[in-house]
Design a binder for this molecule. Structure first.
Ligand code: THG
Length: 286
């Protein structure tokens, strides 16, 4: 099951047993005042720099979310996609629930982007899947619907299955769907991480599709989020996660280690190379 994404010049393949693909989440104004201000001012240099920094930190794909109060998404989303695609080679993940901004961004996005996202709601399926078909993109399917995020793995699995089946009816292959099993904070529900992991295992085993996760949600409201996120990611990757939506500067090292420990890095070559590059960078900044 290979999900192929294309950037301006670079192709990224998401597949089980391959390196865990890192989607850089930093172009998102949620909780980031400076970025929100830059977007409202149309300052695309700021947005470009966020993209470049993430690629340097090890991102394989760049997520773009411009949802800021008072912002005109119809204008901002294509503008940000254009700006970022000019300076990076790698594929883009367009993170927007906006019905008119999304097709506008798809029109100008080079390569084969990932749409973030569709969910099990009828309105969402009817609106997003035809765009996936028309623009031949891949899409993240969230395991939630109009009743919210189910608290059981059974119900989340049923939504994943519904999304895959509905896509198939439109001629969209399972390879184009990446299922997000959704992480919620364990601070509010002590079973939250277990339900996510169980959903990942079931979707991976029974549908065979690629799996994404915005892993940092798991630690919301808790101290030392980095440790929680890093260890949860290790568990999720072992369970079948193939694609992590994360802060690359914080998550890359742990993901390299997990891929190595899971037998995906022959002679630890990638890990050693990464480690040397980090040491060089540290020395240059000393
Ligand atoms: N699944 C999918 N897409 C997603 C999510 C998901 N997109 C959005 C989100 N979840 C992932 N992206 C972020 C972006 C930022 C933060 C968390 C997840 C974040 N921001 C800090 C805050 O709000 O406090 C501020 C960041 C900083 O300045 O360091 O944590 O689950 N498919």
């Amino acid at each position: 099951m290979k999900t192929v994404l294309e950037g301006r010049t670079k192709t990224v393949t998401i597949e089980r047993g391959g390196p865990t693909i890192i989607i850089g989440e930093r172009i998102n104004p949620t909780g980031r005042k400076r970025l929100g201000e830059a977007l409202l001012a149309g300052d695309m240099d700021y947005v470009r720099n966020e993209a470049l920094k993430q690629v340097e930190d090890g991102a394989d794909v760049i997520d773009i979310n411009v949802g800021v109060a008072g912002g005109d998404e119809d204008k901002l989303l294509p503008m940000a996609v254009q700006a970022v695609s000019e300076v990076i080679d790698c594929p883009i993940c367009i993170d927007s629930p906006h019905p008119t901004a999304l097709p506008k961004a798809l029109e100008i996005c080079p390569g084969r982007p990932l749409i973030n996202s569709v969910n099990g709601e009828e309105a969402s399926l009817a609106r997003v899947l035809p765009l996936v078909k028309e623009f031949n993109t891949a899409v993240i399917g969230l395991t939630m619907d109009d009743e919210g995020i189910p608290t059981t793995a059974e119900k989340r699995f049923a939504i994943a299955e519904k999304i895959v089946n509905r896509a198939a009816q439109l001629g969209i292959p399972a390879e184009s769907i990446v299922i997000d099993c959704l992480a919620l904070t364990v601070g509010a529900d002590h079973q939250a991480a277990l339900v996510t992991l169980e959903t990942i295992r079931r979707v991976s085993a029974e549908l065979g599709v690629n799996i994404a996760l915005g892993a940092s949600n798991v630690s919301f409201g808790l101290p030392d989020r980095e440790t929680i996120n890093e260890l949860f990611l290790a568990m999720a990757i072992q369970a079948g996660l193939t694609c992590a939506i994360v802060h690359p500067g914080k998550a890359k090292r742990g993901i390299m280690v997990v891929d190595m420990l899971l037998g995906r890095d022959e002679f630890a070559m990638k890990y050693i190379k990464y480690h040397r590059a980090q040491e060089k960078k540290a020395a240059a900044n000393a």
